[in-house]
Ligand binder design. Structure first.
Ligand code: ADP
Ligand code: MG
Length: 260
C-alpha cells in the first residue's frame, strides 16, 4: 500500500504564486478527483508533484510513503511509483512505444520477459489498435488515440499512484469510456490497487472512474472537498458558488468599506 501526501504546498511559476497551500493525501485504491476552472492551478499541481522544470516550490512537502519526492529528479519520482498521464501527450518521432516501456522496465529493474505480450493484452483491453504499437510515440495519432496510448503506458507500468491531467480532454465518448474504465479497474486491483489523482473539468469522466473524494481547486487552493455528489453539484451549478473572492472583488469591497 502506498500514500502520496501533499502538505502546505505553495508553488510559483514565472515569478507568480499559483499554488497557495495545497493539502491532499492519496492512498492506494482511492480515487480523488480534483476539479476546477481554467487557470485554477490544476496542471501546475501535477507539474510540481512530478518535478517539471520551471516551477518553484515556495513551501510545503510532497512525500511518497514518507519519503520526500521534491528533492528527486523526475525520473526518480517515476521509478519510486508516481506516474503522470499528460494532458497533451508529447510526440516523439523515431521512438517506439515498446522501446519506451522496455527502458522504463529496465530502470525499475523489472524483467522485460513477456513485455510484448503484456503490451498487446493491454492494447486489447482498451481497444487500442495494434498497428499503433510500432509507430513513433504519439506521432500522427488522433487525440483519442494519444490518450489510449497514455492509458496503455499507465496500465503496463502499473505505478503506485497516477496523476491524470485531464485524461478526458480531446477524447471521444468511446475512448473516454475505455480509458476511464481501465483506470477504475486498476484502482480496484486486488494485489496493487492504484491510487488516482484525476484532474478534470467535467464530471463525465467520473461516470466511469468512480471518485471516493472530489476536491474543488480554485485560485490555487482547495476550497471544497466532498464525495461523488459534489461533482454532480458542479455539473448543474458551475464553479461560481465555490470561487474564492477575486483580488478585484476584495479591492472594491474594501474601497466600499472605506466610504462608510
Ligand atoms: P489549470 O490547469 O487549472 O487550467 P494551470 O495550472 O495550467 O491551470 O495554470 C494556472 C495559472 O498559472 C494560469 O494563470 C497560467 O496562466 C499560469 N501559468 C501556468 N504556466 C505558466 C508559466 N510557465 N509561466 C507563467 N504563468 C504560467
Ligand atoms: Mg490544466
Amino acid at each position: 500500500m502506498a500514500t502520496l501526501k501533499i502538505e502546505g504546498l505553495r508553488a510559483a511559476v514565472g515569478g507568480k504564486e499559483i499554488l497557495k497551500g495545497i493539502d491532499l493525501t492519496v492512498a492506494s485504491g482511492e480515487v480523488h478527483a480534483v476539479m476546477g476552472p481554467n487557470g485554477a492551478g490544476k496542471s501546475t499541481l501535477s507539474a510540481v508533484v512530478m518535478g517539471k522544470p520551471g516551477y518553484e516550490v515556495l513551501a510545503g512537502t510532497v512525500t511518497l510513503d514518507g519519503v520526500d519526492v521534491l528533492g528527486m529528479p523526475t525520473w526518480q519520482r517515476a521509478v519510486a511509483g508516481l506516474h503522470l498521464v499528460l494532458q497533451y501527450p508529447t510526440e516523439v518521432p523515431g521512438v517506439q512505444l515498446d522501446a519506451v516501456l522496455a527502458e522504463a522496465f529496465a530502470s525499475r529493474e523489472r524483467s522485460t520477459d513477456g513485455l510484448d505480450d503484456l503490451i498487446k493484452a493491454e492494447a486489447g483491453r482498451i481497444n487500442f489498435d495494434e498497428r499503433f504499437l510500432t509507430r513513433s510515440l504519439n506521432v500522427d495519432l488522433s487525440g483519442g488515440e494519444k490518450k489510449r496510448n497514455e492509458t496503455l503506458q499507465l496500465a503496463t507500468l502499473a505505478p503506485k499512484i497516477a496523476i491524470l491531467d485531464e485524461l478526458d480532454s480531446g477524447l471521444d465518448i468511446d475512448a473516454l469510456r475505455d480509458c476511464a474504465r481501465r483506470v477504475e479497474d486498476m484502482s480496484n486491483d486486488d494485489e496493487q490497487p492504484l491510487g488516482v489523482l484525476a484532474i478534470t473539468h467535467y464530471s463525465r469522466l467520473l461516470d466511469e472512474l468512480k471518485p471516493d473524494f472530489v476536491h474543488i481547486l480554485a485560485d490555487g487552493r482547495i476550497v471544497e472537498t466532498g464525495g461523488a455528489e459534489l461533482a454532480a453539484t458542479l455539473e448543474s451549478d458551475g464553479y461560481g458558488a465555490f470561487a474564492p473572492a477575486t483580488d478585484a472583488a476584495d479591492a472594491s469591497a474594501s474601497a466600499l468599506a472605506d466610504l462608510f
